[in-house]
Write a protein that binds this ligand. Structure first.
Ligand SMILES: [Zn+2]
Length: 499
């Protein structure tokens, strides 16, 4: 058993050894000393002044000391030095293959992205990792997607419950992916492929992940009127399969549930008090981004009354912005209301037409700031972007700087130290990453040097790709990937596997 496991992990291990050589090649010759930094170490403890030495890709020393001759010295002059940000819900899967520099990620301080959320992941994971080897600026880890394994087994015939035999096959694929280094199983139960799965199917697959110390991370079946039931389902899956649960982008998704975050928070609190390990993540915006069809949960996309209800639930057609539509490129950047007016049609007509023609990506401004805040204030809610390279929602480029600059510094929802903890040590702990997420001797030197007084997101719905202000230098494994407002084109990113 042990031998088999070692053999199957060999390619991944080999890859990591190779990467380590590549990184030490970069960093070994000189050590970098960052002087006079305001260190926010990720633990949540108060910031302190100090110097940090980076050597061989790791944090070698913290304190007050003199640089040696030959050191590469950076005078931080009071700038904040924080652990690199870890994004547990990131959609850069294909983006990383095109753009390994990951500019819109490192420009907001992200040093680790975890891909494969919402039930959709690369497959096989080890082949994906092999393609990234030596070509990425950030560290990358992955979840195995429930919809991904479901499609592997059921092909196009997924709008039904799976048979026992199919579930067994899927569980094998989950097991294989866990051995290849996945951090757990992700699901996206609001989307077509995951929607028809029974709770029992999810429990069976989660058991396969649990055997390899994975977690269950879920975009739940319902984030609106049925949110609490969906939350209960996620908890049941975790309890029966005996693994921790991560609720993805926790939210109250439409007007009918505005102000009801308290119920969800109470349920999670009560579950945590019982000793069950459940946490969540959230992005700092009141608008979500998804496929247009999630607006009509009954899936009766040609039923005018259902479409009407779906649009009114989010506050009207003016709240729905089309961001991508391959059949109607001219709709992109317009709301359903604007498109309807230009076509002399009703928004319901436009919706039905778009779905018939293949659908669209939309951004929908249907959440309430008070609920976003209520969730964010919880010590068990971490920051995630749900964005990535090429995202059409500003969260792809602005999430981490927005939480730091707006939610913490300007709105004072929590301290800067707590903001950093939510972006570093907390996701690291959730993922079981023992050598990242803190500024501590011996940890990997994933670091962000930022100006705490000015750091802010600039990405907007009109210009979602605008880089943030205030992120000065970003190190991944001790190597600069972002410096002086631009990427360096170094590729020190490593593949991270569940240990
Ligand atoms: Zn999602």
């Amino acid at each position: 058993m042990i031998i088999r496991q070692t053999v199957s992990r060999l390619p991944v291990l080999l890859l990591i050894v190779l990467q380590t050589f590549a990184v030490t090649g970069f960093a070994q010759s000189r050590s970098i000393v960052i002087k006079n930094a305001t260190i926010i170490d990720g633990s949540g403890k108060p910031a302190f002044r100090g110097d940090v030495r980076i050597k061989d890709g790791k944090i070698a020393k913290i304190g007050s000391f003199k640089a040696a001759a030959g050191d590469d010295v950076i005078d931080a002059n009071g700038l904040v030095l924080a652990p690199g940000f870890i994004d547990i819900h990131n959609h850069s899967e294909s983006g990383l293959l095109r753009e390994g520099t990951a500019a819109n990620q490192v420009s907001q301080g992200i040093t680790t992205v975890i891909v494969g959320p919402d039930g959709g992941s690369p497959f096989p994971i080890k082949d994906y990792f092999a393609k990234l080897e030596g070509k990425i600026a950030v560290n990358v880890g992955a979840f195995i997607g429930h919809a991904t394994v479901r499609e592997q087994v059921m092909k196009n015939d997924y709008t039904r419950k799976a048979t026992e035999a199919e579930i067994k096959q899927m569980a094998e694929l989950v097991k294989q992916s866990m051995k290849e280094g996945a951090f757990g199983l992700s699901s996206g139960l609001e989307y077509d492929v995951g929607f028809s799965a029974s709770t029992e199917e999810l429990i069976a697959l989660s058991r396969a992940a649990a055997k390899h110390r994975g977690i269950y991370m879920t975009h739940m079946r319902d984030e609106e009127e049925g949110m609490l039931d969906a939350l209960r389902e996620a908890i049941r899956i975790g309890r029966e399969a005996k693994l921790p649960v991560q609720i993805s982008h926790i939210k109250m998704g439409n007007r009918n549930v505005w102000g009801k975050s308290a119920g969800a928070i109470a349920l999670i609190e009560e579950t945590r008090k019982s000793g069950f390990d459940i946490t969540a993540d959230a992005y700092p915006y009141t608008a979500w981004a998804s496929t247009i069809t999630v607006l009509v949960p009954s899936r009766k996309h040609e039923d005018r009354a259902e479409v009407e209800k779906g649009l009114s639930n989010v506050g009207g057609a003016d709240k729905v912005l089309v961001t991508s539509c391959s059949a109607h490129r001219d709709y992109e950047g317009k709301t359903l209301e604007q498109i309807a007016a230009s076509q002399n049609a009703t928004p319901v007509d436009v919706y039905i037409q778009i779905v018939k023609d293949g659908g669209a990506g939309v951004v929908c401004n249907s959440m309430n700031e008070a609920d976003v805040k209520a969730f964010y204030m919880q010590p068990w809610v971490m920051v995630s972007s749900d964005g990535g390279i090429g995202s059409r929602h500003p969260r792809g480029t602005g999430t981490f700087t927005r939480v730091f600059g707006r939610m913490a510094r300007e709105n004072k929802w929590f301290s800067l130290e707590e903001a950093v903890r939510k972006m570093s040590a907390m996701p690291a702990a959730r993922l079981g990453l023992k050598d990242r997420g803190l500024i501590k001797k011996g940890m990997k030197a994933d670091l962000v040097l930022l100006d705490a007084a000015t750091v802010i997101d600039r990405a907007t719905f009109a210009e979602p790709q605008l880089f943030s202000d205030g992120i000065k230098t970003v190190f991944v494994n001790g190597v600069r990937v972002w410096d002086g407002g631009k990427v360096t084109s170094n590729f020190p990113g490593q593949i991270l596997i569940r240990r």
